[in-house]
Design a protein around this ligand. Structure first.
Ligand code: GTQ
Ligand code: FE2
Length: 356
């Protein structure tokens, strides 16, 4: 038998040259039975010189997204579905419920009169409103009524339910960190008995207590923002002023980071978000960073070149830039981009990097 011969020939030392491959293979098979493997065969793929991403650049055009999501309204109720959401699946990772390797993205629709029942989970969420007016998400006892361009957070373990007392469907983009939470295998979730939580705070409380340049005495430092809703009405004029003042980043345009007003840190420990205005005719310089990013065109029209691929975008189109892919934005019209990434999680672990 070949195996027996090989064993005899080596005697613990490398055998004659013509035999070494067979000897090694036999050895690998034998150690595999002990759940062991040679690092030298995989070293270059596990400790890569540069980030290797499984994630593909992709754009979802809102025309398609909206009509397909509207169709789901006739197939299932929000109550039956619990969350009526169509997952935006990265085409390189179908079936994994991922837009990037760490972030989930989906489009949620709440029809007039519907309620999405109260629950909570470890995974944190960002919601960015695309369509509709006057539906709410209730977070930790406060109802945040929403309009297009508004950005609402649901922190780790915060109870939340959604409702739509308005006359029009509401659609928003959900981004959750559960691929990252599940990587750590640290997910918990629970439903509440009552479908909606009791309202214990007035609409707007979190913003007026914490987001107005004052803080209630004794506000403790926290790793997530105490403000649950960042409205477009407040944020858009800020990026517009920045643009007019010439405070325009060569890569990102006139951009603000949504901040925790207590610490200045990110709104959530796992995800951060930005709003950027690109002046008419903007030709961004190239940029790359290790955080994979989900972007939404809020206004305008343009394109993002990602490592040789062109993603064209218009209002409410959603697109993904994978980690460490070089990208640049071009905007023939004045445009507004909203974006989300896992940068704070990477920074907390000391692994985030950026480059040209
Ligand atoms: O609205 O609570 O897209 O829990 C995925 C999970 C939305 C939500 C999603 C969720 C929700
Ligand atoms: Fe949820």
């Amino acid at each position: 038998m070949a195996v027996a011969t090989a064993k005899k020939a080596t005697n613990g030392k490398p055998g004659p040259k013509h035999n070494i491959d067979a000897v090694r293979e036999e050895y690998y098979r034998r150690i595999a039975k002990h759940d062991m493997a040679p690092l030298w065969k995989v070293m270059n793929s596990v400790v890569t010189e540069e980030p290797k991403t499984r994630c593909a650049p992709v754009v979802w055009h809102y025309d398609d997204v909206k009509s397909l999501v509207m169709e789901s309204g006739g197939l299932i109720t929000a109550e039956e579905a619990k969350r009526r959401v169509l997952i935006l699946e990265n085409p390189a990772m179908h079936g994994e419920s991922k837009a990037t390797n760490t972030l989930f993205a989906g489009i949620q629709m709440i029809l007039p009169g519907e309620v999405a029942p109260a629950h909570r989970h470890v995974s944190a969420a960002i919601r960015f409103v695309l369509d509709g007016e006057g539906a709410y998400t209730a977070v930790e006892g406060e109802k945040a009524f929403m309009s297009p361009g508004d950005f609402v957070i649901t922190a780790n373990w915060a109870p939340h339910d959604h409702g739509n007392p308005s006359k029009k469907p509401m659609l928003w983009l959900d981004v959750l960190d559960f691929p990252a939470v599940n990587f750590f295998e640290a997910s918990f979730a629970e439903n509440f008995d009552a479908p909606t939580q009791e309202t214990t705070r007035q609409d707007g409380d979190s913003l007026s207590f914490y987001g107005s340049g004052v803080l209630p005495d004794g506000t403790p430092s926290m790793n997530r923002s105490p403000v649950i809703n960042y409205t477009y009405a407040r944020t858009r004029p800020i990026v517009e002023r920045m643009m007019q003042a010439g405070e325009i980043d060569k890569r990102h345009g006139a951009r603000v980071r949504y901040a925790n007003p207590v610490t200045g840190g990110p709104v959530l420990p796992t995800m951060t978000a930005w709003l950027a205005m690109l002046p008419k005719g903007f030709r961004g310089e190239p940029y790359r960073a290790t955080d994979g990013t989900i972007l939404v065109c809020v206004e305008g029209q343009g394109r993002t070149d990602v490592d040789g691929e062109v993603l064209e975008w218009g209002p409410n189109d959603i697109f993904v830039v994978p980690p460490w892919k070089r990208y640049r934005h071009t905007a023939p019209k004045e445009s507004v981009l909203f974006s989300i990434s896992d940068r704070p999680a990477q920074e907390a672990l000391g692994i985030w990097r950026e480059g040209k």
